[in-house]
Write a protein that binds this ligand. Structure first.
Ligand code: NAD
Length: 427
């Protein structure tokens, strides 16, 4: 097979998936014309066993290391917690530490609505959708038994089928009959668990509805698995009433405007996705659920709320779906995820979700406070300057020196960094 770098390169590589990571890497290197240093870098799998990496996803050639930082100062439901966060973005961990420090005395209080996941079974071409809905609802006991039989382990742990819903959806091709299986998945995120149940039920639902069944898969809008957190920042601890009012105004902007809400919620997800990733959970599942929940009224809005309480303090809260687990997916097999879960000391998925909600609120508080006071750039700049210094070629001690000079000159730019680096090297 000829895949040498050049104009006749082909991405059709038969049997690529059957090769070892190293063999695949060599082919990719030839295709892309990678140099030796790039190949050696990709071949170094760091602290993830290549055999495990190769089992987690397909066509593996390497791993991507993301820093894991730890948020301090977090007190959640009266208990001090150190929170590992995996992110490539500067200022995210610091934001959580700062917000938590300003409310450490009382900390965060959290709750959840349950561990219930939803699986959907889509039936189409149903002649009498309203009748079909009732026929399916009549089968509740049969459906419960079939779902529970799919997962005796889950049932033995207190989980399993909990509820049944049948919704009628008007679509251009007719009314769809959509059955929701509502399942307590305990300490699992539950995607595979509920997908298996939906799959099992599909032929019966086709028969009961008289239609044809197509999709059988969970919904990531896990609105029966909500996690909530709240905290009260004393006005005096956060710089006074003007800062408090600025934060409320920033929240009201997000609540009223989807353009602002998208960025507001992105900041929340900076914190949430970092803990979700550090614990080996599915960031995309959580993000999809969060944004769908933010749009549940038909208009996309803020996942948090901020009010001034009767004592004049800042009362803040967050509520969002958090389908995370302690087993299943990478949570149980990725050694970094296992170590991060050990740092958190969590023994239930519910506790993990509560901690993650508190982190989301902390993150958001810091972002709004920065925006409402000094502006976001100031805090970001010191770390951003370091990235720019590295991009300009600074190494070792040069990084801090160049970054400091960039901030002093209020000009954190690549072209300036290159000049400053020359100065530093010439001095
Ligand atoms: P899983 O199927 O690997 O593990 C869940 C099973 O573990 C349960 O069904 C149960 O039999 C067993 N179990 C043992 N101890 C348990 C306990 N204490 N609590 C609960 N169950 C216990 O994992 P899963 O959570 O069903 O699926 C998660 C994976 O599915 C993730 O990797 C996710 O990325 C992936 N996924 C996601 C989507 C989506 O979000 N749309 C779709 C498909 C797959």
């Amino acid at each position: 097979m000829n895949i040498a770098a050049g104009s006749n390169r082909s991405s059709r590589i038969a049997g690529f998936h059957k090769l070892s990571p190293r063999e695949r890497l060599d082919l990719v290197a030839a295709f892309a014309g990678l140099d030796e240093a790039q190949v050696a870098h990709l071949a170094n799998m760091g602290n993830l066993d290549p055999v495990l990496a190769d089992k987690l996803i397909e066509n593996v050639i390497g791993t991507m290391n993301i820093p894991v930082g730890v948020a301090t100062n977090m007190k959640i439901d009266g208990e001090d917690v150190l929170v590992p966060m995996a992110t490539e973005e500067s200022s995210v961990v610091a934001a959580v530490c700062n917000a938590a420090k300003q409310v450490y005395e009382t900390g965060f209080l959290t709750s959840v609505s349950g561990n219930l996941m939803i699986a959907q079974v889509q039936a189409v071409e149903v002649a009498d959708p309203a009748g079909a809905r009732i026929r399916i609802l009549e089968k509740r006991d049969e459906i419960k038994a079939a779902c529970d039989a799919c997962d005796p382990v889950l049932v033995s742990l207190g989980g399993g089928f909990r509820d049944l819903e049948v919704r009628l959806l008007d679509t251009p091709s007719g009314t769809m009959v959509v059955t929701h299986l509502i399942v307590d998945t305990r300490d699992a995120m539950g995607a595979n668990a509920v997908n298996t149940m939906a799959e099992k039920l599909a032929p019966s639902i086709a028969a009961w509805s008289g239609g044809r069944v197509y999709l059988r898969i969970l919904s990531n809008l896990a609105d029966r698995r909500l996690a909530r957190a709240r905290a009260v920042w004393k006005a005096a601890d956060i710089g006074g009433e003007a800062v408090r009012d600025g934060i409320v105004s920033a929240y009201e902007f997000a609540a009223a405007d989807p353009y602002r809400a998208a960025t507001h919620n992105k900041g929340i997800m900076n914190g949430i996705s970092a803990v979700v990733l550090a614990t080996g959970n599915d960031t995309r599942a959580v993000e999809a659920g969060a944004h769908a929940y933010a749009a549940r009224s038909g208009r996309y809005t803020s996942l948090t709320t901020y009010e001034v309480d009767k004592d004049g303090n800042l009362s803040a809260s967050i509520e969002l779906p958090l389908a995370v687990g302690l087993i299943g997916g990478a949570t149980k097999v990725h050694p970094t995820a296992r170590a991060c879960l050990a740092i958190l000391g969590v023994t239930t998925a519910e506790r993990l979700a509560r901690i993650i909600a508190a982190v989301g609120l902390a993150q958001n508080f810091s972002a709004l406070k920065a925006l409402a006071t000094t502006g976001i750039q100031k805090g970001h700049m010191a770390l951003h300057a370091q990235n720019i210094a590295m991009m300009a070629g600074a190494v070792g001690e040069e990084i801090d020196r160049v970054a400091r000079l960039l901030v002093e000159r209020a000009s954190v730019r690549m072209d300036v960094a290159q000049k400053v680096l020359e100065e530093v090297r010439g001095s």
